[in-house]
Design a protein around this ligand. Structure first.
Ligand code: SER
Ligand code: ZN
Length: 493
Protein backbone atom coordinates (compact mmCIF):
# COMPACT_ATOMS: atom_id res chain seq x y z
CA UNK A 1 0.00 0.00 0.00
CA UNK A 2 1.18 3.52 -0.72
CA UNK A 3 -0.09 6.65 0.94
CA UNK A 4 0.39 10.22 -0.26
CA UNK A 5 -1.29 12.70 2.05
CA UNK A 6 -1.49 16.49 1.91
CA UNK A 7 -3.08 18.30 4.81
CA UNK A 8 -3.20 21.62 6.63
CA UNK A 9 -2.92 22.02 10.37
CA UNK A 10 -4.59 25.15 11.74
CA UNK A 11 -3.17 26.89 14.80
CA UNK A 12 -4.55 29.66 16.97
CA UNK A 13 -1.84 32.10 15.88
CA UNK A 14 1.03 32.63 13.46
CA UNK A 15 3.67 29.93 13.24
CA UNK A 16 6.43 32.27 12.15
CA UNK A 17 8.33 31.87 15.42
CA UNK A 18 8.10 28.10 15.31
CA UNK A 19 10.30 27.41 12.28
CA UNK A 20 13.19 26.09 14.33
CA UNK A 21 11.33 23.56 16.47
CA UNK A 22 9.42 22.51 13.36
CA UNK A 23 12.61 21.91 11.38
CA UNK A 24 13.92 19.69 14.19
CA UNK A 25 10.60 17.96 14.47
CA UNK A 26 10.49 17.07 10.77
CA UNK A 27 14.09 15.85 10.81
CA UNK A 28 13.37 13.67 13.79
CA UNK A 29 10.19 12.27 12.24
CA UNK A 30 12.01 11.48 9.01
CA UNK A 31 14.59 9.46 10.90
CA UNK A 32 12.04 7.24 12.64
CA UNK A 33 11.35 4.80 9.77
CA UNK A 34 12.88 6.20 6.57
CA UNK A 35 11.91 3.13 4.53
CA UNK A 36 8.24 3.49 5.26
CA UNK A 37 7.56 7.09 6.23
CA UNK A 38 8.70 10.48 5.04
CA UNK A 39 7.60 14.07 5.45
CA UNK A 40 8.14 15.16 1.88
CA UNK A 41 7.62 18.87 2.49
CA UNK A 42 6.23 21.36 4.94
CA UNK A 43 5.23 24.96 4.60
CA UNK A 44 4.19 27.69 7.00
CA UNK A 45 1.68 30.32 5.99
CA UNK A 46 0.68 32.49 8.91
CA UNK A 47 -1.27 30.17 11.26
CA UNK A 48 -1.34 27.26 8.83
CA UNK A 49 1.13 24.42 8.53
CA UNK A 50 0.88 22.40 5.33
CA UNK A 51 2.32 18.92 5.42
CA UNK A 52 2.98 16.45 2.66
CA UNK A 53 3.41 12.93 3.99
CA UNK A 54 4.42 9.78 2.15
CA UNK A 55 4.17 6.34 3.69
CA UNK A 56 3.83 2.69 2.73
CA UNK A 57 2.73 -0.75 3.92
CA UNK A 58 1.79 -0.93 7.58
CA UNK A 59 2.39 2.76 8.20
CA UNK A 60 -0.83 4.41 7.11
CA UNK A 61 -0.24 8.13 6.68
CA UNK A 62 -3.74 9.00 7.96
CA UNK A 63 -3.10 7.16 11.21
CA UNK A 64 0.48 8.37 11.59
CA UNK A 65 -0.69 11.94 11.06
CA UNK A 66 -2.79 11.74 14.22
CA UNK A 67 0.28 10.71 16.21
CA UNK A 68 2.29 13.57 14.69
CA UNK A 69 -0.53 15.94 15.51
CA UNK A 70 -0.45 14.96 19.16
CA UNK A 71 3.32 15.37 19.39
CA UNK A 72 3.24 18.71 17.56
CA UNK A 73 0.50 19.98 19.79
CA UNK A 74 2.53 19.19 22.90
CA UNK A 75 5.80 20.52 21.46
CA UNK A 76 4.50 23.81 20.10
CA UNK A 77 2.13 24.29 22.99
CA UNK A 78 4.98 24.14 25.47
CA UNK A 79 7.62 26.00 23.48
CA UNK A 80 5.62 28.56 21.53
CA UNK A 81 2.25 28.63 23.29
CA UNK A 82 0.58 27.61 20.08
CA UNK A 83 -2.71 25.72 20.14
CA UNK A 84 -3.71 23.32 17.39
CA UNK A 85 -7.27 24.06 16.27
CA UNK A 86 -7.82 21.34 13.68
CA UNK A 87 -6.70 19.52 10.57
CA UNK A 88 -7.99 19.72 7.04
CA UNK A 89 -7.36 16.84 4.71
CA UNK A 90 -6.53 18.54 1.41
CA UNK A 91 -5.64 15.72 -0.90
CA UNK A 92 -5.08 12.08 -0.05
CA UNK A 93 -4.06 9.49 -2.55
CA UNK A 94 -3.92 5.82 -1.57
CA UNK A 95 -2.75 2.96 -3.75
CA UNK A 96 -3.52 -0.62 -2.77
CA UNK A 97 -3.91 -4.02 -4.36
CA UNK A 98 -7.01 -6.23 -4.42
CA UNK A 99 -6.81 -10.03 -4.36
CA UNK A 100 -8.31 -10.25 -7.83
CA UNK A 101 -9.26 -7.96 -10.69
CA UNK A 102 -12.77 -6.60 -10.05
CA UNK A 103 -15.51 -7.60 -12.47
CA UNK A 104 -17.27 -4.23 -12.59
CA UNK A 105 -16.67 -0.59 -11.80
CA UNK A 106 -16.49 0.17 -8.07
CA UNK A 107 -17.80 3.38 -6.55
CA UNK A 108 -17.94 4.50 -2.93
CA UNK A 109 -18.96 7.79 -1.30
CA UNK A 110 -16.34 10.50 -0.51
CA UNK A 111 -13.68 9.22 -2.94
CA UNK A 112 -12.76 9.00 -6.59
CA UNK A 113 -11.67 5.53 -7.54
CA UNK A 114 -9.61 4.43 -10.45
CA UNK A 115 -8.71 0.76 -10.82
CA UNK A 116 -5.99 -0.59 -13.09
CA UNK A 117 -5.97 -4.38 -13.04
CA UNK A 118 -5.74 -5.22 -9.34
CA UNK A 119 -4.43 -1.84 -8.20
CA UNK A 120 -6.86 0.64 -6.72
CA UNK A 121 -6.13 4.34 -6.67
CA UNK A 122 -8.36 6.00 -4.12
CA UNK A 123 -8.46 9.78 -3.89
CA UNK A 124 -10.04 11.79 -1.12
CA UNK A 125 -10.09 15.59 -1.25
CA UNK A 126 -11.09 18.48 0.99
CA UNK A 127 -12.33 16.68 4.06
CA UNK A 128 -12.62 17.60 7.73
CA UNK A 129 -10.76 16.11 10.64
CA UNK A 130 -13.55 13.60 11.37
CA UNK A 131 -12.34 11.63 8.38
CA UNK A 132 -9.16 10.95 10.30
CA UNK A 133 -10.46 10.62 13.83
CA UNK A 134 -13.55 8.52 13.06
CA UNK A 135 -11.64 5.89 11.10
CA UNK A 136 -13.59 6.52 7.88
CA UNK A 137 -10.55 5.95 5.69
CA UNK A 138 -9.80 2.38 6.77
CA UNK A 139 -13.51 1.59 6.38
CA UNK A 140 -13.49 3.07 2.89
CA UNK A 141 -10.53 0.89 1.91
CA UNK A 142 -12.32 -2.16 3.35
CA UNK A 143 -15.49 -1.22 1.51
CA UNK A 144 -13.68 -1.25 -1.83
CA UNK A 145 -12.24 -4.68 -0.97
CA UNK A 146 -15.67 -5.91 0.07
CA UNK A 147 -17.31 -4.71 -3.14
CA UNK A 148 -14.69 -6.45 -5.24
CA UNK A 149 -15.16 -9.61 -3.15
CA UNK A 150 -18.96 -9.51 -3.54
CA UNK A 151 -18.77 -9.01 -7.28
CA UNK A 152 -17.02 -12.39 -7.43
CA UNK A 153 -19.27 -13.94 -4.82
CA UNK A 154 -22.42 -12.83 -6.67
CA UNK A 155 -21.05 -14.15 -9.94
CA UNK A 156 -20.40 -17.53 -8.38
CA UNK A 157 -23.27 -20.00 -8.30
CA UNK A 158 -24.52 -20.55 -4.81
CA UNK A 159 -22.42 -23.16 -3.05
CA UNK A 160 -24.55 -26.25 -2.93
CA UNK A 161 -23.29 -29.65 -1.86
CA UNK A 162 -25.60 -32.60 -1.42
CA UNK A 163 -25.19 -34.21 2.01
CA UNK A 164 -27.98 -36.75 2.06
CA UNK A 165 -31.10 -37.70 0.13
CA UNK A 166 -34.11 -39.82 0.94
CA UNK A 167 -35.33 -42.65 -1.25
CA UNK A 168 -37.64 -41.68 -4.10
CA UNK A 169 -41.32 -41.53 -3.20
CA UNK A 170 -44.14 -41.88 -5.67
CA UNK A 171 -46.12 -38.61 -5.57
CA UNK A 172 -49.83 -38.94 -4.86
CA UNK A 173 -50.47 -35.65 -6.63
CA UNK A 174 -49.02 -33.31 -9.25
CA UNK A 175 -50.89 -30.12 -8.44
CA UNK A 176 -49.65 -26.78 -7.15
CA UNK A 177 -51.01 -26.63 -3.57
CA UNK A 178 -51.51 -22.86 -3.70
CA UNK A 179 -53.72 -23.14 -6.76
CA UNK A 180 -55.70 -26.04 -5.31
CA UNK A 181 -56.21 -24.37 -1.92
CA UNK A 182 -57.19 -21.06 -3.57
CA UNK A 183 -59.65 -22.88 -5.80
CA UNK A 184 -61.29 -24.44 -2.74
CA UNK A 185 -61.39 -21.06 -0.99
CA UNK A 186 -59.16 -22.38 1.82
CA UNK A 187 -56.68 -19.55 1.28
CA UNK A 188 -57.16 -16.03 0.01
CA UNK A 189 -54.41 -13.90 -1.43
CA UNK A 190 -53.90 -10.55 0.26
CA UNK A 191 -54.89 -8.19 1.69
CA UNK A 192 -51.59 -6.71 0.46
CA UNK A 193 -49.04 -8.25 -1.86
CA UNK A 194 -47.31 -11.46 -0.86
CA UNK A 195 -49.66 -12.05 2.11
CA UNK A 196 -52.27 -14.77 2.60
CA UNK A 197 -55.35 -15.39 4.66
CA UNK A 198 -55.62 -19.00 5.80
CA UNK A 199 -59.21 -20.17 6.32
CA UNK A 200 -59.88 -22.97 8.86
CA UNK A 201 -58.83 -26.04 6.78
CA UNK A 202 -55.57 -24.43 5.62
CA UNK A 203 -54.93 -22.98 9.08
CA UNK A 204 -55.43 -26.45 10.56
CA UNK A 205 -52.72 -27.87 8.28
CA UNK A 206 -50.29 -25.08 9.21
CA UNK A 207 -51.06 -25.61 12.90
CA UNK A 208 -50.49 -29.37 12.56
CA UNK A 209 -47.06 -28.59 11.13
CA UNK A 210 -46.26 -26.39 14.13
CA UNK A 211 -47.54 -29.08 16.49
CA UNK A 212 -45.31 -31.72 14.88
CA UNK A 213 -42.28 -29.43 15.10
CA UNK A 214 -42.95 -28.68 18.76
CA UNK A 215 -43.91 -32.17 19.92
CA UNK A 216 -41.50 -34.19 17.83
CA UNK A 217 -38.44 -31.92 17.57
CA UNK A 218 -38.38 -29.15 20.14
CA UNK A 219 -39.87 -30.63 23.28
CA UNK A 220 -37.88 -33.89 23.16
CA UNK A 221 -34.68 -31.83 22.86
CA UNK A 222 -35.72 -29.54 25.76
CA UNK A 223 -36.05 -26.33 23.76
CA UNK A 224 -38.02 -23.65 25.61
CA UNK A 225 -40.39 -21.11 24.15
CA UNK A 226 -39.73 -17.36 24.21
CA UNK A 227 -41.91 -14.52 22.94
CA UNK A 228 -39.87 -11.73 21.34
CA UNK A 229 -41.07 -8.45 19.88
CA UNK A 230 -42.01 -8.33 16.23
CA UNK A 231 -40.32 -4.93 15.86
CA UNK A 232 -36.57 -5.04 15.26
CA UNK A 233 -34.66 -1.80 15.85
CA UNK A 234 -32.35 -0.72 13.03
CA UNK A 235 -29.52 -0.65 15.59
CA UNK A 236 -29.95 -4.42 16.03
CA UNK A 237 -29.66 -5.01 12.29
CA UNK A 238 -26.61 -2.76 12.22
CA UNK A 239 -25.03 -5.31 14.55
CA UNK A 240 -26.14 -8.44 12.70
CA UNK A 241 -25.27 -6.95 9.30
CA UNK A 242 -28.82 -7.20 7.88
CA UNK A 243 -28.99 -3.45 7.35
CA UNK A 244 -25.92 -3.61 5.11
CA UNK A 245 -26.91 -6.87 3.54
CA UNK A 246 -30.57 -6.41 2.64
CA UNK A 247 -31.89 -2.93 3.35
CA UNK A 248 -34.15 -3.35 0.31
CA UNK A 249 -35.90 -6.44 1.70
CA UNK A 250 -37.02 -5.06 5.04
CA UNK A 251 -40.51 -3.79 5.83
CA UNK A 252 -39.87 -0.65 7.84
CA UNK A 253 -42.09 0.59 10.66
CA UNK A 254 -43.01 4.26 11.06
CA UNK A 255 -44.21 5.65 14.33
CA UNK A 256 -46.80 8.44 14.24
CA UNK A 257 -45.12 11.79 14.89
CA UNK A 258 -47.68 12.42 17.61
CA UNK A 259 -50.58 10.82 19.41
CA UNK A 260 -52.26 14.17 19.86
CA UNK A 261 -55.65 14.00 18.12
CA UNK A 262 -55.64 17.76 17.57
CA UNK A 263 -52.54 17.46 15.42
CA UNK A 264 -54.24 14.74 13.37
CA UNK A 265 -57.30 16.92 12.82
CA UNK A 266 -56.53 18.04 9.27
CA UNK A 267 -55.73 14.48 8.26
CA UNK A 268 -59.02 13.25 9.73
CA UNK A 269 -61.02 16.08 8.14
CA UNK A 270 -59.53 15.44 4.71
CA UNK A 271 -60.27 11.75 5.12
CA UNK A 272 -63.89 12.46 6.02
CA UNK A 273 -64.42 14.84 3.14
CA UNK A 274 -62.54 13.02 0.41
CA UNK A 275 -63.09 9.43 1.58
CA UNK A 276 -59.60 8.60 0.43
CA UNK A 277 -56.22 8.69 2.16
CA UNK A 278 -54.63 12.16 1.97
CA UNK A 279 -51.12 10.88 1.24
CA UNK A 280 -49.31 14.21 1.54
CA UNK A 281 -50.84 15.00 4.90
CA UNK A 282 -50.27 11.43 6.03
CA UNK A 283 -46.59 11.42 5.13
CA UNK A 284 -46.12 14.46 7.38
CA UNK A 285 -47.72 12.64 10.28
CA UNK A 286 -45.43 9.61 10.32
CA UNK A 287 -41.79 9.57 11.28
CA UNK A 288 -38.71 8.08 9.65
CA UNK A 289 -38.52 4.42 10.69
CA UNK A 290 -36.25 3.42 13.54
CA UNK A 291 -37.27 -0.23 13.29
CA UNK A 292 -38.66 -2.81 10.93
CA UNK A 293 -40.80 -5.92 11.05
CA UNK A 294 -38.93 -9.09 11.98
CA UNK A 295 -36.94 -10.46 9.01
CA UNK A 296 -35.65 -13.49 10.90
CA UNK A 297 -36.50 -14.10 14.52
CA UNK A 298 -32.96 -14.66 15.81
CA UNK A 299 -31.68 -11.03 15.90
CA UNK A 300 -34.16 -10.02 18.62
CA UNK A 301 -33.34 -13.18 20.55
CA UNK A 302 -29.64 -12.27 20.48
CA UNK A 303 -30.51 -8.70 21.39
CA UNK A 304 -32.21 -9.98 24.56
CA UNK A 305 -28.82 -11.29 25.72
CA UNK A 306 -26.74 -8.23 24.77
CA UNK A 307 -24.01 -7.50 27.25
CA UNK A 308 -25.05 -10.39 29.50
CA UNK A 309 -22.84 -13.04 31.04
CA UNK A 310 -24.66 -16.35 30.97
CA UNK A 311 -23.81 -18.83 33.74
CA UNK A 312 -22.04 -21.93 32.40
CA UNK A 313 -24.66 -23.98 34.29
CA UNK A 314 -27.40 -22.49 32.04
CA UNK A 315 -25.66 -23.66 28.86
CA UNK A 316 -26.57 -24.62 26.26
CA UNK A 317 -29.44 -22.15 25.95
CA UNK A 318 -32.08 -23.85 23.84
CA UNK A 319 -34.84 -21.49 22.77
CA UNK A 320 -37.51 -21.17 20.16
CA UNK A 321 -40.02 -18.58 19.05
CA UNK A 322 -43.21 -19.45 17.21
CA UNK A 323 -45.23 -16.28 17.72
CA UNK A 324 -43.53 -13.69 15.53
CA UNK A 325 -44.22 -13.72 11.79
CA UNK A 326 -41.45 -12.61 9.43
CA UNK A 327 -41.75 -10.06 6.65
CA UNK A 328 -39.53 -9.82 3.59
CA UNK A 329 -40.07 -7.53 0.66
CA UNK A 330 -39.87 -10.14 -2.07
CA UNK A 331 -40.74 -8.14 -5.16
CA UNK A 332 -40.18 -10.35 -8.22
CA UNK A 333 -39.60 -13.61 -6.37
CA UNK A 334 -43.12 -14.19 -5.01
CA UNK A 335 -44.88 -17.45 -5.69
CA UNK A 336 -47.96 -18.92 -4.04
CA UNK A 337 -47.75 -19.55 -0.32
CA UNK A 338 -44.17 -20.76 -0.60
CA UNK A 339 -42.47 -17.47 -1.51
CA UNK A 340 -44.26 -14.67 0.27
CA UNK A 341 -43.76 -11.29 1.91
CA UNK A 342 -45.09 -12.50 5.24
CA UNK A 343 -44.49 -15.98 6.56
CA UNK A 344 -44.83 -18.03 9.69
CA UNK A 345 -41.82 -19.78 11.02
CA UNK A 346 -40.60 -21.37 14.17
CA UNK A 347 -37.06 -20.19 14.75
CA UNK A 348 -34.82 -22.10 17.10
CA UNK A 349 -31.76 -20.46 18.62
CA UNK A 350 -29.00 -22.27 20.49
CA UNK A 351 -26.15 -20.69 22.41
CA UNK A 352 -23.39 -22.73 24.04
CA UNK A 353 -19.87 -24.01 23.66
CA UNK A 354 -18.73 -25.25 20.28
CA UNK A 355 -19.07 -28.88 21.35
CA UNK A 356 -22.53 -28.34 22.78
CA UNK A 357 -23.63 -26.76 19.51
CA UNK A 358 -22.16 -29.44 17.28
CA UNK A 359 -23.99 -31.96 19.43
CA UNK A 360 -27.30 -30.10 19.27
CA UNK A 361 -26.97 -29.74 15.50
CA UNK A 362 -26.66 -33.53 15.12
CA UNK A 363 -29.64 -34.11 17.41
CA UNK A 364 -31.78 -31.60 15.54
CA UNK A 365 -30.94 -33.18 12.21
CA UNK A 366 -31.86 -36.59 13.59
CA UNK A 367 -35.26 -35.32 14.77
CA UNK A 368 -35.97 -33.52 11.50
CA UNK A 369 -35.04 -36.66 9.62
CA UNK A 370 -37.54 -38.61 11.70
CA UNK A 371 -40.29 -36.05 10.98
CA UNK A 372 -39.75 -35.97 7.22
CA UNK A 373 -39.23 -39.73 6.90
CA UNK A 374 -41.54 -41.25 9.46
CA UNK A 375 -44.32 -38.69 9.89
CA UNK A 376 -44.63 -36.93 6.54
CA UNK A 377 -43.06 -39.61 4.36
CA UNK A 378 -41.48 -36.96 2.11
CA UNK A 379 -38.95 -37.16 -0.68
CA UNK A 380 -36.35 -34.72 0.56
CA UNK A 381 -32.63 -34.02 0.82
CA UNK A 382 -30.05 -32.05 2.78
CA UNK A 383 -27.40 -29.81 1.26
CA UNK A 384 -24.58 -27.65 2.56
CA UNK A 385 -25.26 -24.15 1.20
CA UNK A 386 -23.91 -20.61 1.46
CA UNK A 387 -24.40 -19.72 5.14
CA UNK A 388 -27.51 -17.57 5.65
CA UNK A 389 -25.43 -15.01 7.57
CA UNK A 390 -23.19 -14.52 4.53
CA UNK A 391 -26.22 -14.07 2.31
CA UNK A 392 -27.88 -11.69 4.72
CA UNK A 393 -24.87 -9.62 5.78
CA UNK A 394 -22.97 -7.25 3.57
CA UNK A 395 -19.63 -8.08 5.13
CA UNK A 396 -16.71 -10.35 4.46
CA UNK A 397 -16.62 -12.90 7.24
CA UNK A 398 -13.83 -15.36 7.69
CA UNK A 399 -15.28 -18.81 7.44
CA UNK A 400 -14.97 -21.32 10.24
CA UNK A 401 -15.06 -24.90 8.97
CA UNK A 402 -17.59 -26.08 11.55
CA UNK A 403 -19.94 -23.16 10.93
CA UNK A 404 -22.38 -22.97 8.07
CA UNK A 405 -25.90 -23.68 6.89
CA UNK A 406 -27.59 -26.91 5.91
CA UNK A 407 -30.74 -26.53 3.85
CA UNK A 408 -33.49 -29.14 3.87
CA UNK A 409 -35.23 -29.34 0.53
CA UNK A 410 -38.24 -31.22 -0.82
CA UNK A 411 -39.24 -32.15 -4.32
CA UNK A 412 -42.33 -30.37 -5.65
CA UNK A 413 -43.80 -32.75 -8.25
CA UNK A 414 -45.97 -30.01 -9.75
CA UNK A 415 -42.84 -28.20 -10.92
CA UNK A 416 -41.82 -31.14 -13.05
CA UNK A 417 -39.29 -33.93 -12.74
CA UNK A 418 -36.65 -34.19 -10.06
CA UNK A 419 -34.27 -31.86 -11.92
CA UNK A 420 -36.51 -28.84 -11.31
CA UNK A 421 -35.62 -26.69 -8.27
CA UNK A 422 -36.63 -28.24 -4.96
CA UNK A 423 -38.24 -26.22 -2.19
CA UNK A 424 -36.16 -25.11 0.78
CA UNK A 425 -38.16 -26.29 3.79
CA UNK A 426 -35.93 -25.05 6.55
CA UNK A 427 -32.30 -24.70 7.55
CA UNK A 428 -29.93 -25.55 10.37
CA UNK A 429 -27.01 -23.19 10.94
CA UNK A 430 -24.02 -22.88 13.16
CA UNK A 431 -23.02 -19.24 13.18
CA UNK A 432 -19.82 -19.47 15.25
CA UNK A 433 -18.98 -16.32 17.20
CA UNK A 434 -20.44 -13.76 14.79
CA UNK A 435 -23.60 -12.78 16.68
CA UNK A 436 -22.14 -13.58 20.08
CA UNK A 437 -19.49 -10.95 19.41
CA UNK A 438 -21.89 -8.51 17.79
CA UNK A 439 -24.07 -8.51 20.92
CA UNK A 440 -21.23 -8.97 23.40
CA UNK A 441 -22.67 -12.11 24.99
CA UNK A 442 -20.38 -13.92 27.42
CA UNK A 443 -20.14 -16.82 29.77
CA UNK A 444 -17.77 -17.41 32.70
CA UNK A 445 -14.89 -19.25 30.99
CA UNK A 446 -15.80 -20.83 27.68
CA UNK A 447 -15.96 -19.26 24.26
CA UNK A 448 -19.57 -19.08 23.17
CA UNK A 449 -20.97 -20.02 19.81
CA UNK A 450 -24.48 -19.73 18.54
CA UNK A 451 -26.67 -21.11 15.84
CA UNK A 452 -30.24 -21.16 14.63
CA UNK A 453 -32.71 -23.16 12.64
CA UNK A 454 -35.78 -21.80 10.92
CA UNK A 455 -38.77 -24.05 10.24
CA UNK A 456 -40.98 -22.51 7.56
CA UNK A 457 -44.56 -23.56 8.23
CA UNK A 458 -45.78 -22.46 4.77
CA UNK A 459 -42.84 -24.42 3.35
CA UNK A 460 -43.59 -27.62 5.31
CA UNK A 461 -47.24 -27.28 4.26
CA UNK A 462 -46.43 -26.76 0.58
CA UNK A 463 -43.97 -29.65 0.44
CA UNK A 464 -46.34 -32.04 2.20
CA UNK A 465 -49.40 -31.12 0.13
CA UNK A 466 -47.40 -31.07 -3.10
CA UNK A 467 -46.36 -34.69 -2.55
CA UNK A 468 -49.37 -36.07 -0.66
CA UNK A 469 -52.36 -34.08 -1.91
CA UNK A 470 -55.14 -32.48 0.07
CA UNK A 471 -57.31 -35.47 0.87
CA UNK A 472 -56.60 -36.37 4.53
CA UNK A 473 -57.65 -39.97 3.90
CA UNK A 474 -54.67 -40.39 1.59
CA UNK A 475 -52.18 -38.87 4.00
CA UNK A 476 -49.68 -41.16 5.77
CA UNK A 477 -51.29 -42.61 8.93
CA UNK A 478 -48.39 -41.17 10.96
CA UNK A 479 -49.45 -37.69 9.82
CA UNK A 480 -53.14 -38.44 10.33
CA UNK A 481 -52.33 -38.87 14.03
CA UNK A 482 -51.84 -35.10 14.08
CA UNK A 483 -54.59 -34.18 11.63
CA UNK A 484 -57.10 -36.56 10.14
CA UNK A 485 -60.18 -34.40 9.66
CA UNK A 486 -60.17 -30.92 8.30
CA UNK A 487 -62.53 -28.28 9.66
CA UNK A 488 -65.13 -27.01 7.24
CA UNK A 489 -64.66 -23.88 5.23
CA UNK A 490 -67.50 -21.44 4.49
CA UNK A 491 -69.27 -22.03 1.20
CA UNK A 492 -69.36 -19.04 -1.11
CA UNK A 493 -72.28 -18.48 -3.44
N1 SER B 1 -32.05 -16.82 10.73
C1 SER B 1 -32.10 -17.89 9.79
C2 SER B 1 -32.46 -17.41 8.42
O1 SER B 1 -32.78 -16.26 8.25
C3 SER B 1 -33.04 -18.96 10.25
O2 SER B 1 -34.34 -18.51 10.23
O3 SER B 1 -32.42 -18.17 7.50
ZN1 ZN C 1 -31.59 -17.13 12.67
Amino acid sequence: MEFDLKCTLLFNKSLNDAREPLTDFVQEANKSNPEKFHIQSWLIEDNKLSLHLLSRDVIRAHVYLLQLKKKLDTLLGKKNHLGLRGIKLDDYHILFDLDTIPLEEIKIPFAQIDIKKKTVSLRIQDKDEEFLTQNYIDRMINLVREKAHFQRYKGKKEDWKLLWESSQKKPLWFKDPTEALSHLGWIEQGPTKGKWFFRPPAAAIMCAMAQIAIEKVLQPLNFQEVIPSMHVPLTTWLKTGHLEGMPGEIYYISEPVTRDVKKWETFIDLLKIKKEIPIKEFSQMISTPKAGICYAQCPNIYWSFSGKTIAESSLPLLLYDRSVPSARYESGGRHGIERVDEFHRIEIVYIGTKNQLLDIKEKLIEKYRMVFNDIMDLEWRMAQVTPFYLQQAGQIIEEEPNAGTIDFEAWLPYRGDRDTPWLELQNVSIVGEKYIRAFNIKTQKSILWSGCSGIGLERWTTAFLAQKGIDPKKWPPSFQKFLSDLPSSPEFL
